[in-house]
Design a protein around this ligand. Structure first.
Ligand SMILES: *Cc1c(COP(=O)(O)O)cnc(C)c1O
Length: 239
C-alpha cells in the first residue's frame, strides 16, 4: 500500500491540501481565532479506497462519509486506530446500530427517533454514542435537521438520554454564494449552541462549513469543516 505521485489522489492532495489548510488558517486569522481552532474533516464519500489511502498518507486523520454501507466497508479496510471516522449523511433508523458500530462521531442526528435508537445502542454497549444534533438553520425543505423552532426543546430532551453524548451541533447552509445568507444560517447555529451549552449537557462542537462556504462558517465559530470537493475534486455521482 505505497502511495506514489503516480496515484492521482496523492498528486491532487499534494496540490489541494496546502491550499485548503491555508484557507482555514486565513479564516481563523481573519476572525481573530486561535490557529488550529478548526478541525479539517476530509469528506471521502463516493471516492474509492485509493482516496482514503492518499488522505491518510497526506496526514489527514478525520474522514467523513455519508452512507453507512460505504463507511462500514472503508472502516473494514482501513481500521479505526489511525482514522477518526465521521458519519455526515442521513441514517435510516434501522441502520442506527450499524452506524454506531463504525462511526467515531455521527454529525447527522436529525430526529428524536434516530436519537432514541442510537441511545439504546449506546446504553446496551455501556459506552455512549458520540453525536452532533443536525439543525436545519435555513428552513429549506430539502435540508434535514431539527427546525430552529423546535431544536432547543428536542435537543434538551435528547440530552436526557443515557447512551448518547451530544458533542455539539451541525448544519448545512443553503447552496448559495451570498455571504449574508450563509452568515445568517451559521450564526443561528452558534446562537442555539450558546443557549444549549448553558445546560452543560451539550458540547461545544460546531460542524459547519463545506468547500464553498468554509470561510464564512469559520468566521461564525465553526470548530469542524467538512471538505470534499476542494480536496479531492468533483465526485462522480451527485449525492
Ligand atoms: C458532501 C458533503 C460535504 C462536502 O461537500 P463539499 O462541497 O464537496 O466540500 C460536507 N457535508 C456534508 C453533510 C456532505 O454531505
Amino acid at each position: 500500500m505505497t502511495t506514489t505521485s503516480t496515484d492521482p489522489y496523492a498528486a491532487r492532495l499534494a496540490e489541494t491540501l496546502p491550499l485548503v489548510r491555508e484557507r482555514i488558517a486565513g479564516a481563523e486569522r481573519a476572525a481573530g481565532r486561535e490557529e488550529g481552532a478548526v478541525r479539517l474533516v476530509a469528506v471521502t464519500k463516493s471516492h474509492p479506497p485509493e482516496a482514503v489511502e492518499a488522505a491518510l498518507a497526506a496526514g489527514l486523520v478525520d474522514l467523513g462519509e455519508n452512507r453507512v454501507s460505504e463507511l462500514a466497508s472503508k472502516v473494514e479496510r482501513f481500521g479505526r486506530t489511525d482514522v477518526r471516522w465521521h458519519m455526515i449523511g442521513h441514517i435510516q433508523s434501522r441502520k442506527a446500530k450499524d452506524a454506531a458500530a463504525v462511526a467515531d462521531l455521527i454529525h447527522s442526528v436529525e430526529s428524536a427517533k434516530l436519537a432514541g435508537r442510537l441511545a439504546r445502542v449506546g446504553a446496551e454497549r455501556g459506552q455512549p454514542v458520540e453525536i452532533l444534533a443536525q439543525v436545519n438553520t435555513s428552513g429549506e425543505a430539502s435540508k434535514s435537521g431539527f427546525s430552529l423552532d423546535s431544536a432547543a426543546d428536542e435537543i434538551e430532551s435528547m440530552a436526557e438520554l443515557d447512551g448518547l453524548r451530544i458533542n455539539g451541533l451541525m448544519t448545512m447552509a443553503p447552496f448559495v454564494d451570498d455571504e449574508v445568507v450563509l452568515g445568517k444560517a451559521f450564526r443561528a447555529l452558534r446562537l442555539l449552541s450558546e443557549r444549549l451549552r448553558a445546560s452543560g449537557r451539550v458540547g461545544p462542537e460546531l460542524s459547519m462549513g463545506m468547500t464553498n462556504d468554509m470561510e464564512v462558517a469559520i468566521r461564525e465559530g465553526s470548530t469542524m469543516v467538512r471538505i470534499g470537493t476542494a480536496l479531492l475534486g468533483p465526485r462522480e455521482t451527485a449525492r
